[in-house]
Design a protein around this ligand. Structure first.
Ligand code: SF4
Ligand code: SF4
Length: 315
């Protein structure tokens, strides 16, 4: 759910802030009514609150997160991080060590985030979007935050940034970046990913939104409550999609065992604490999380895909 178009930052690579089409927002009361209706219709386990900066609607956000079993809040981390209830996993954006991050996200941003996180006692996840400006310095950022899990995407080219998106990683540079991520994941255990996911990220989603599990399974709504045509990043170039979630679900559709295990912890973990610590627990002893609910979901995804392939084979 895109909670607002507004943001207190002006990051260079932002597809969202640059997209000017249809910028109406639901009022607070309308938003709550809308979320109640969404809950009634889809009964989701997780609702993801994105922006703009969702904390610019702080009072409303604190009410909204209570409506779902688990709520993920993606924030730029520059506003005070208030007392969220226990069902919230906080995703805080940092795109590199201080000078790299601030060159993209604005002067002083890294320090503000670090100060705010000092006072935040619950677990959190750092989100990083790698692009041509920052990927080489990413290992240094991970080193600065020992033990913290990272949710990493590659920059997805957006039409909002013009016909030639200058941030997107392609060709050999993209390959080298993915190789670096594989190594970092194996060495640190802090990267929430698997080999299959990163291999998928290397190639984007060449067949476009129709083959994208985010488009198929995760409805995304703009701040006015309209269903977005493809995903939260609309309008984007799927062939170079680097969105973490798309490749997690893609590898899950292919029933990659390592990704199945990762998703079982990350998406279906029974506590927020398990969810947010998933990156650093991947290499440790398996936690005892009940299988039945998760396996039903995985089997359903695989069954649907098999059925689709069977249908296609008839032609
Ligand atoms: S914090 Fe997020 S929404 Fe705000 S400008 Fe940066 S990328 Fe865009
Ligand atoms: S840009 Fe969006 S719709 Fe396209 S592949 Fe990526 S997540 Fe899917």
């Amino acid at each position: 759910m895109d909670f607002t178009y507004r943001c207190n930052l002006r990051c260079k690579h932002c597809y969202f802030y640059n997209w000017q089409e249809n910028r109406c927002e639901l009022s607070d009361q309308e938003m709550l009514t809308f979320l109640h209706a969404l809950r009634a219709e889809h009964d989701p386990r997780i609702c993801i609150f994105l922006g703009g900066e969702p904390l610019l609607r702080r009072e409303l956000l604190l009410k909204a997160v209570e409506l779902f079993p688990v709520s993920w809040v993606a924030t730029n981390g520059t506003l005070p991080l208030t007392d969220f209830p226990d069902n919230v996993v906080l995703f805080v954006s940092l795109d590199g060590p201080e000078e790299v991050n601030d060159a993209i996200r604005g002067p002083g941003v890294y320090r503000r985030v670090r100060e705010n996180l000092k006072g935040y006692e619950a677990p959190f996840i750092i989100t990083s979007v790698l692009n041509r400006l920052n990927w080489r310095e990413f290992p240094r950022l991970v080193e600065e935050w020992p033990g913290v899990p990272f949710y990493v995407s590659l920059h997805t080219p957006s039409r909002a940034l013009g016909p030639r998106d200058p941030f997107v990683l392609v060709g050999r540079e993209r390959d080298t970046c993915i190789d670096m991520l594989v190594k970092l994941m194996e060495e640190t255990g802090q990267i929430i990913a698997t080999r299959a996911m990163l291999e998928s990220m290397r190639h984007g989603i060449p067949d476009g939104p129709e083959e994208c599990p985010v488009h198929k399974y995760l409805p995304c709504y703009d701040p006015c409550g309209h269903l977005k045509p493809t995903c939260t990043m609309h309008p984007a170039d799927c062939s170079l999609c680097g969105l973490h979630c798309a490749h997690l679900l893609k590898a899950l559709e292919a029933a990659d065992p390592e990704t199945v295990e990762l998703a079982r912890r990350f998406l279906i973990a029974d506590t927020v604490d398990e969810t947010s610590k998933v990156g650093v627990t991947m290499d440790r002893k398996r936690q005892d999380i009940p299988d039945d609910r998760f396996m039903r979901i995985v089997e359903e995804v695989i069954r649907k895909r098999r059925k689709l392939l069977e249908e296609l084979a008839k032609y």
